[in-house]
Design a protein around this ligand. Structure first.
Ligand SMILES: NC(=O)c1ccc[n+]([C@@H]2O[C@H](COP(=O)([O-])OP(=O)(O)OC[C@H]3O[C@@H](n4cnc5c(N)ncnc54)[C@H](OP(=O)(O)O)[C@@H]3O)[C@@H](O)[C@H]2O)c1
Length: 263
Protein backbone atom coordinates (compact mmCIF):
# COMPACT_ATOMS: atom_id res chain seq x y z
CA UNK A 1 0.00 0.00 0.00
CA UNK A 2 1.28 3.45 -0.89
CA UNK A 3 0.09 6.98 -0.33
CA UNK A 4 -2.33 7.76 -3.13
CA UNK A 5 -0.23 10.54 -4.62
CA UNK A 6 2.21 7.91 -5.92
CA UNK A 7 -0.33 6.13 -7.98
CA UNK A 8 -1.53 7.85 -11.12
CA UNK A 9 -1.47 4.94 -13.55
CA UNK A 10 -3.81 2.52 -11.77
CA UNK A 11 -6.91 3.43 -13.72
CA UNK A 12 -8.69 3.71 -10.38
CA UNK A 13 -8.00 7.38 -9.66
CA UNK A 14 -5.60 8.73 -7.09
CA UNK A 15 -7.68 10.80 -4.68
CA UNK A 16 -7.77 8.26 -1.89
CA UNK A 17 -5.80 7.76 1.29
CA UNK A 18 -4.38 4.44 0.11
CA UNK A 19 -4.51 2.63 -3.22
CA UNK A 20 -2.91 -0.55 -4.49
CA UNK A 21 -0.42 -0.10 -7.32
CA UNK A 22 1.81 -2.46 -9.31
CA UNK A 23 5.41 -2.33 -8.10
CA UNK A 24 6.64 -1.54 -11.64
CA UNK A 25 5.24 1.98 -11.24
CA UNK A 26 7.00 2.72 -7.97
CA UNK A 27 10.05 4.88 -7.32
CA UNK A 28 11.44 4.95 -3.76
CA UNK A 29 10.68 8.20 -1.96
CA UNK A 30 13.85 10.22 -1.33
CA UNK A 31 13.88 10.88 2.42
CA UNK A 32 14.31 14.65 2.13
CA UNK A 33 11.53 15.16 -0.45
CA UNK A 34 8.04 15.61 1.00
CA UNK A 35 5.03 13.54 0.00
CA UNK A 36 3.32 16.78 -1.03
CA UNK A 37 6.08 17.76 -3.44
CA UNK A 38 6.10 14.24 -4.87
CA UNK A 39 2.35 14.53 -5.41
CA UNK A 40 3.16 17.50 -7.64
CA UNK A 41 5.52 15.62 -9.98
CA UNK A 42 2.98 13.40 -11.69
CA UNK A 43 1.82 13.81 -15.26
CA UNK A 44 2.83 17.47 -15.54
CA UNK A 45 6.51 16.82 -14.77
CA UNK A 46 6.59 13.69 -16.89
CA UNK A 47 5.07 15.62 -19.79
CA UNK A 48 7.64 18.40 -19.32
CA UNK A 49 10.43 15.82 -19.28
CA UNK A 50 9.04 14.28 -22.49
CA UNK A 51 8.85 17.70 -24.17
CA UNK A 52 12.45 18.57 -23.32
CA UNK A 53 13.84 15.30 -24.61
CA UNK A 54 11.73 15.48 -27.80
CA UNK A 55 14.19 17.97 -29.23
CA UNK A 56 17.86 18.83 -28.86
CA UNK A 57 18.87 21.70 -26.60
CA UNK A 58 22.45 22.91 -26.40
CA UNK A 59 24.15 25.27 -23.97
CA UNK A 60 23.60 28.82 -25.20
CA UNK A 61 20.32 28.06 -27.01
CA UNK A 62 17.40 30.48 -26.96
CA UNK A 63 14.00 28.95 -26.13
CA UNK A 64 10.39 30.04 -25.72
CA UNK A 65 7.98 28.40 -23.27
CA UNK A 66 4.29 29.15 -23.84
CA UNK A 67 2.01 28.98 -20.74
CA UNK A 68 5.19 29.07 -18.66
CA UNK A 69 3.36 29.48 -15.34
CA UNK A 70 1.24 26.29 -15.48
CA UNK A 71 1.86 22.85 -14.05
CA UNK A 72 3.75 21.71 -17.15
CA UNK A 73 5.16 25.15 -17.98
CA UNK A 74 6.85 25.71 -14.61
CA UNK A 75 8.68 22.41 -15.07
CA UNK A 76 9.64 23.06 -18.71
CA UNK A 77 11.09 26.46 -17.79
CA UNK A 78 13.31 24.88 -15.13
CA UNK A 79 14.39 21.98 -17.34
CA UNK A 80 15.09 24.27 -20.30
CA UNK A 81 17.12 26.61 -18.09
CA UNK A 82 19.20 23.66 -16.92
CA UNK A 83 19.73 22.50 -20.53
CA UNK A 84 20.72 25.84 -22.08
CA UNK A 85 22.78 27.02 -19.11
CA UNK A 86 23.53 30.55 -17.98
CA UNK A 87 24.62 31.55 -21.47
CA UNK A 88 21.25 30.49 -22.91
CA UNK A 89 18.11 32.62 -23.07
CA UNK A 90 14.67 31.53 -21.84
CA UNK A 91 11.49 33.49 -22.53
CA UNK A 92 8.27 32.50 -20.76
CA UNK A 93 4.79 33.50 -21.97
CA UNK A 94 2.12 33.95 -19.29
CA UNK A 95 -0.06 36.70 -17.81
CA UNK A 96 1.58 39.55 -15.90
CA UNK A 97 0.42 38.30 -12.51
CA UNK A 98 2.65 35.25 -12.90
CA UNK A 99 5.69 37.02 -14.35
CA UNK A 100 7.64 37.09 -11.06
CA UNK A 101 7.14 33.36 -10.52
CA UNK A 102 8.30 32.52 -14.04
CA UNK A 103 11.42 34.68 -13.67
CA UNK A 104 12.07 33.15 -10.28
CA UNK A 105 12.22 29.62 -11.73
CA UNK A 106 14.66 30.58 -14.46
CA UNK A 107 13.18 32.68 -17.27
CA UNK A 108 15.25 35.64 -18.46
CA UNK A 109 12.26 37.47 -19.90
CA UNK A 110 8.50 37.17 -19.67
CA UNK A 111 5.99 38.05 -22.37
CA UNK A 112 2.63 39.03 -20.89
CA UNK A 113 0.11 37.73 -23.40
CA UNK A 114 -2.57 40.04 -21.99
CA UNK A 115 -0.44 43.02 -23.10
CA UNK A 116 0.73 41.46 -26.37
CA UNK A 117 -2.24 39.65 -27.91
CA UNK A 118 -0.13 38.73 -30.98
CA UNK A 119 2.57 36.87 -29.04
CA UNK A 120 4.28 35.62 -32.21
CA UNK A 121 4.71 39.14 -33.60
CA UNK A 122 6.10 40.34 -30.27
CA UNK A 123 8.57 37.44 -30.08
CA UNK A 124 9.69 38.16 -33.66
CA UNK A 125 10.10 41.89 -33.05
CA UNK A 126 11.74 41.76 -29.61
CA UNK A 127 13.54 38.49 -28.96
CA UNK A 128 14.06 36.38 -32.13
CA UNK A 129 15.75 34.16 -33.13
CA UNK A 130 14.94 31.08 -31.06
CA UNK A 131 16.31 27.54 -31.32
CA UNK A 132 13.27 25.74 -29.85
CA UNK A 133 9.70 26.36 -28.72
CA UNK A 134 7.75 24.52 -26.03
CA UNK A 135 4.03 25.15 -26.16
CA UNK A 136 2.53 23.73 -22.96
CA UNK A 137 -1.01 24.84 -23.86
CA UNK A 138 -1.24 24.21 -27.62
CA UNK A 139 -1.83 27.49 -29.48
CA UNK A 140 -2.09 26.84 -33.22
CA UNK A 141 -1.80 30.57 -33.96
CA UNK A 142 1.56 30.70 -32.20
CA UNK A 143 2.73 27.67 -34.18
CA UNK A 144 1.65 29.28 -37.44
CA UNK A 145 3.71 32.36 -36.60
CA UNK A 146 6.80 30.33 -35.65
CA UNK A 147 8.81 30.80 -38.89
CA UNK A 148 9.09 34.52 -38.01
CA UNK A 149 10.92 33.80 -34.74
CA UNK A 150 12.11 30.16 -34.80
CA UNK A 151 15.28 29.36 -36.78
CA UNK A 152 14.91 27.06 -39.81
CA UNK A 153 15.17 23.40 -38.77
CA UNK A 154 14.11 24.14 -35.17
CA UNK A 155 11.33 22.21 -33.44
CA UNK A 156 8.01 23.47 -32.11
CA UNK A 157 7.23 20.98 -29.33
CA UNK A 158 3.61 21.03 -28.15
CA UNK A 159 1.29 19.24 -25.74
CA UNK A 160 -1.27 19.19 -28.54
CA UNK A 161 -3.79 21.80 -29.68
CA UNK A 162 -6.12 23.47 -27.22
CA UNK A 163 -9.66 23.22 -28.66
CA UNK A 164 -11.92 26.26 -28.06
CA UNK A 165 -14.35 23.93 -26.20
CA UNK A 166 -14.44 20.23 -25.37
CA UNK A 167 -17.60 19.65 -27.41
CA UNK A 168 -17.05 16.78 -29.81
CA UNK A 169 -16.81 18.82 -33.08
CA UNK A 170 -14.22 21.24 -31.61
CA UNK A 171 -12.29 18.36 -30.11
CA UNK A 172 -12.29 16.41 -33.40
CA UNK A 173 -11.20 19.51 -35.34
CA UNK A 174 -8.25 19.90 -32.94
CA UNK A 175 -7.29 16.24 -33.37
CA UNK A 176 -7.53 16.57 -37.18
CA UNK A 177 -5.37 19.72 -37.09
CA UNK A 178 -2.78 17.95 -34.92
CA UNK A 179 -2.48 15.21 -37.50
CA UNK A 180 -2.17 17.79 -40.30
CA UNK A 181 0.57 19.58 -38.34
CA UNK A 182 2.38 16.30 -37.93
CA UNK A 183 2.01 14.94 -41.45
CA UNK A 184 1.91 17.99 -43.68
CA UNK A 185 5.30 18.89 -45.18
CA UNK A 186 7.00 21.68 -43.28
CA UNK A 187 7.90 23.44 -46.55
CA UNK A 188 5.85 26.66 -46.92
CA UNK A 189 6.03 26.03 -50.71
CA UNK A 190 3.84 22.98 -50.14
CA UNK A 191 1.43 24.79 -47.81
CA UNK A 192 3.11 23.77 -44.56
CA UNK A 193 3.89 26.09 -41.67
CA UNK A 194 7.64 25.91 -42.18
CA UNK A 195 8.73 24.44 -38.84
CA UNK A 196 8.48 20.87 -37.53
CA UNK A 197 5.62 20.32 -35.07
CA UNK A 198 6.40 17.70 -32.44
CA UNK A 199 3.55 16.49 -30.24
CA UNK A 200 4.06 14.74 -26.92
CA UNK A 201 1.50 12.35 -25.45
CA UNK A 202 2.27 11.36 -21.88
CA UNK A 203 0.10 8.25 -21.98
CA UNK A 204 2.45 5.60 -20.71
CA UNK A 205 5.45 6.90 -18.79
CA UNK A 206 8.13 4.31 -18.08
CA UNK A 207 9.75 3.63 -14.73
CA UNK A 208 12.87 5.40 -16.06
CA UNK A 209 10.75 8.52 -16.76
CA UNK A 210 9.38 8.47 -13.21
CA UNK A 211 12.84 7.96 -11.76
CA UNK A 212 14.19 10.89 -13.79
CA UNK A 213 11.45 13.17 -12.41
CA UNK A 214 11.87 12.07 -8.80
CA UNK A 215 15.67 12.20 -8.92
CA UNK A 216 15.61 15.68 -10.49
CA UNK A 217 13.39 16.83 -7.63
CA UNK A 218 15.62 15.13 -5.06
CA UNK A 219 18.73 16.73 -6.57
CA UNK A 220 17.15 20.19 -6.48
CA UNK A 221 17.28 20.53 -10.31
CA UNK A 222 13.53 21.20 -10.31
CA UNK A 223 11.10 22.31 -7.64
CA UNK A 224 7.34 22.12 -7.46
CA UNK A 225 5.60 25.48 -7.66
CA UNK A 226 2.42 25.14 -5.58
CA UNK A 227 -0.61 26.97 -6.82
CA UNK A 228 -2.79 25.81 -3.92
CA UNK A 229 -3.54 22.92 -1.56
CA UNK A 230 -7.20 21.93 -1.22
CA UNK A 231 -8.90 19.89 1.49
CA UNK A 232 -10.37 16.60 0.36
CA UNK A 233 -13.99 17.75 0.68
CA UNK A 234 -13.18 20.56 -1.79
CA UNK A 235 -11.61 18.24 -4.39
CA UNK A 236 -14.32 19.06 -6.95
CA UNK A 237 -13.54 22.79 -6.55
CA UNK A 238 -9.85 22.02 -6.97
CA UNK A 239 -10.62 20.30 -10.28
CA UNK A 240 -12.78 23.23 -11.39
CA UNK A 241 -9.92 25.59 -10.55
CA UNK A 242 -7.49 23.44 -12.53
CA UNK A 243 -9.95 23.21 -15.42
CA UNK A 244 -9.90 27.02 -15.68
CA UNK A 245 -6.35 26.72 -17.10
CA UNK A 246 -4.97 29.56 -14.96
CA UNK A 247 -3.17 27.62 -12.25
CA UNK A 248 0.22 28.95 -11.17
CA UNK A 249 2.11 25.66 -10.81
CA UNK A 250 0.48 22.62 -9.28
CA UNK A 251 -2.94 22.23 -7.68
CA UNK A 252 -2.77 19.70 -4.83
CA UNK A 253 -5.48 17.94 -2.82
CA UNK A 254 -4.71 16.87 0.75
CA UNK A 255 -6.64 13.75 1.57
CA UNK A 256 -6.26 14.11 5.34
CA UNK A 257 -5.71 17.62 6.69
CA UNK A 258 -4.31 16.21 9.95
CA UNK A 259 -1.07 15.17 8.20
CA UNK A 260 1.82 17.54 7.51
CA UNK A 261 3.59 17.74 4.14
CA UNK A 262 5.88 14.81 4.83
CA UNK A 263 3.75 12.52 6.98
N1 LIG B 1 0.11 16.01 -24.20
C1 LIG B 1 0.14 15.55 -22.97
O1 LIG B 1 0.69 14.47 -22.70
C2 LIG B 1 -0.50 16.36 -21.85
C3 LIG B 1 -0.31 15.95 -20.52
C4 LIG B 1 -0.87 16.70 -19.52
C5 LIG B 1 -1.61 17.85 -19.83
N2 LIG B 1 -1.80 18.21 -21.13
C6 LIG B 1 -2.53 19.47 -21.48
O2 LIG B 1 -1.60 20.52 -21.33
C7 LIG B 1 -2.30 21.72 -21.02
C8 LIG B 1 -1.61 22.43 -19.86
O3 LIG B 1 -1.71 21.63 -18.69
P1 LIG B 1 -1.23 22.23 -17.29
O4 LIG B 1 -1.53 21.18 -16.28
O5 LIG B 1 0.16 22.76 -17.39
O6 LIG B 1 -2.27 23.45 -17.13
P2 LIG B 1 -2.33 24.53 -15.98
O7 LIG B 1 -1.51 24.11 -14.82
O8 LIG B 1 -3.77 24.87 -15.78
O9 LIG B 1 -1.61 25.81 -16.63
C9 LIG B 1 -2.14 26.51 -17.66
C10 LIG B 1 -1.32 27.79 -17.82
O10 LIG B 1 -1.68 28.38 -19.07
C11 LIG B 1 -1.50 29.77 -18.96
N3 LIG B 1 -2.31 30.42 -19.97
C12 LIG B 1 -3.67 30.52 -20.01
N4 LIG B 1 -4.03 31.19 -21.13
C13 LIG B 1 -2.87 31.50 -21.79
C14 LIG B 1 -2.58 32.18 -23.00
N5 LIG B 1 -3.55 32.69 -23.78
N6 LIG B 1 -1.29 32.31 -23.37
C15 LIG B 1 -0.29 31.80 -22.61
N7 LIG B 1 -0.49 31.15 -21.43
C16 LIG B 1 -1.78 31.01 -21.04
C17 LIG B 1 -1.94 30.10 -17.55
O11 LIG B 1 -1.20 31.22 -17.13
P3 LIG B 1 -1.94 32.58 -16.67
O12 LIG B 1 -2.75 32.21 -15.44
O13 LIG B 1 -0.80 33.50 -16.41
O14 LIG B 1 -2.86 32.98 -17.79
C18 LIG B 1 -1.58 28.84 -16.74
O15 LIG B 1 -0.44 29.03 -15.95
C19 LIG B 1 -3.74 21.32 -20.71
O16 LIG B 1 -4.54 21.65 -21.82
C20 LIG B 1 -3.67 19.81 -20.54
O17 LIG B 1 -4.86 19.16 -20.91
C21 LIG B 1 -1.23 17.51 -22.14
Amino acid sequence: MLPASYTLPTGAGALAEYVRVPARYCVPKPPHVSFSDLAGVGIATLTAHDMIRSTTLNPGDRVVVNAASGGIGTMVVQMAREAVGKEGFVVGVCSGKNAATVRDIGADEVVDYTQHPDVGAHLAASYAPFNAAFDTLGHQRLYRSSPTWLVPGADYVSVGIKPPTFYVPDFLRAVFQMKLNEWWPTSPWLGGVGRRWVAVAMMNPTLADREAAVYALAAGDIRVVRDSVWPFDKADEAYRHLGGLHARGKVLVKVDAAYKDDE
